[in-house]
Design a protein around this ligand. Structure first.
Ligand code: DHB
Ligand code: FE
Length: 285
């Protein structure tokens, strides 16, 4: 059977792609951000996941306002990265696992979710930058990926509670997949940030650190926030925290923190990183 080995959540700011392209990892501005990753890469190098299931939010590349699913699961043989307009280099293609994708889609529909199933899907910086940060050497990247997109672009957005339940259902789907695969769940986005409007640049360190703490041992504590609460406390793009909640929910109730990092700001964003190892099994009920 497939096993979820852990969960890594990270911010996905496009400027990171520019910094990587220009080799600025040791630059004073960037160093405290990039310094978070080596311990996580070292752990991933030991665990060697076969598959990465990635909860991320598309920013207008694959889906636009005219056609915007609340939840979308990739079911393609590969996912090509393109730049939706930041001017950062595209990072290539990522292999899919249609069989695992369809198993997840079937499990979601059986549990009363209605995801779009995407046999063609482009992935934006929210997918490609975390993949590059976790596996700078493509040769060590998991052999397959399953992108799961959650709408954070056009309201109404799904609630944090709904995203958490989506994650729990995906976790159970993975744990019931008959192949012996080690699966890493990834959540990308957040933490607090707001890119435009009167509160552009809004960051809430106290809230972010509280969330990172709760995500380790008591993630369900966060499902009581509404989308409007998240916009108020974490900024209009701070709703990307819901990707972290979905990924964490997939891991099951018990987890151990491998490493975390928090650095403010990267561009307009509070950059967080949290790597968790599963310490119990996902409950299949
Ligand atoms: C920034 C952050 C994001 O999450 C994003 O998708 C785009 C830009 C930023 O801080 O610049
Ligand atoms: Fe974003």
């Amino acid at each position: 059977m497939a096993t979820i080995v852990g969960c890594v959540c990270t911010s996905h700011v496009p400027a990171i792609g520019g910094a990587l392209a220009r080799g600025l990892e040791q630059d004073a501005y960037w160093q405290p951000f990039f310094a978070g990753f080596p311990p996580v890469r070292e752990w991933l190098g030991r665990v060697k996941p076969d598959v990465a299931v990635v909860f991320y939010n598309d920013h207008g590349l694959n889906f636009f306002l005219d056609n915007l699913p609340t939840f979308a699961v990739g079911a393609a043989t590969e996912y090509r990265n393109e730049d939706e307009g930041w001017g950062i280099p595209a990072l290539g293609s990522y292999p899919g696992s249609p069989a695992l994708s369809w198993h997840i889609i079937e499990s979601l529909v059986a549990a009363d979710f209605d995801p779009a199933s995407c046999q063609r899907m482009l992935v934006d910086h929210a997918f490609s930058i975390p993949m590059r940060l976790l596996w700078p050497d493509r040769a060590t990247m998991p052999a397959a990926t399953v992108p799961i997109a959650i709408n954070t672009v056009q309201h109404p957005l799904p609630s944090p509670r709904r995203c958490y339940r989506l994650g729990q259902t995906v976790g159970r789907a993975i744990a019931s997949y008959p192949e012996d695969l080690k699966v890493l769940v990834v959540g990308t986005g957040g933490l607090s940030h707001q890119l435009d409007g009167a509160r552009a640049g809004h960051i809430n360190r106290e809230f972010d650190l509280m969330c990172m703490d709760k995500l380790v041992h008591d993630p369900a504590a966060l499902i009581h926030y509404t989308v409007d609460d998240l916009v108020d406390v974490a900024g209009s793009q701070g709703v990307e925290l819901m990707m972290w909640m979905a990924a964490r929910a997939a891991l099951g109730p018990r987890a151990r923190c491998i490493h975390s990092n928090y650095h403010v700001p990267i561009s307009n964003t509070a950059a967080g990183l949290l790597a968790l190892e599963a310490t119990g099994s996902v409950e299949l009920a």
